[in-house]
Design a binder for this molecule. Structure first.
Ligand code: SF4
Length: 60
């Protein structure tokens, strides 16, 4: 399983970064960046907390 972030949906709330900073980051515009595609730490919590449903797991 890998993490996919849909930057077109991201609204820059930063909840994912606050929840799991080892995996998520933000660019200068506030949009999500995935630092590591490996599912670890509180990734599932971050996916649940994202207000725009921009985060999901893929089987690739
Ligand atoms: S929690 Fe969702 S909307 Fe907020 S920065 Fe992360 S991906 Fe974007």
């Amino acid at each position: 399983m890998k993490i996919h972030a849909d930057r077109d949906r991201c609204v820059g709330s930063a909840l994912c970064v606050l929840t799991e900073p080892a995996v998520f980051d933000q660019d200068d515009g506030g949009l999500v960046l995935v630092r590591s595609e490996e599912v670890s730490g509180k990734v599932h919590d971050a996916i649940d907390l994202c207000p725009s449903q921009a985060l999901r797991l893929t089987s690739e």
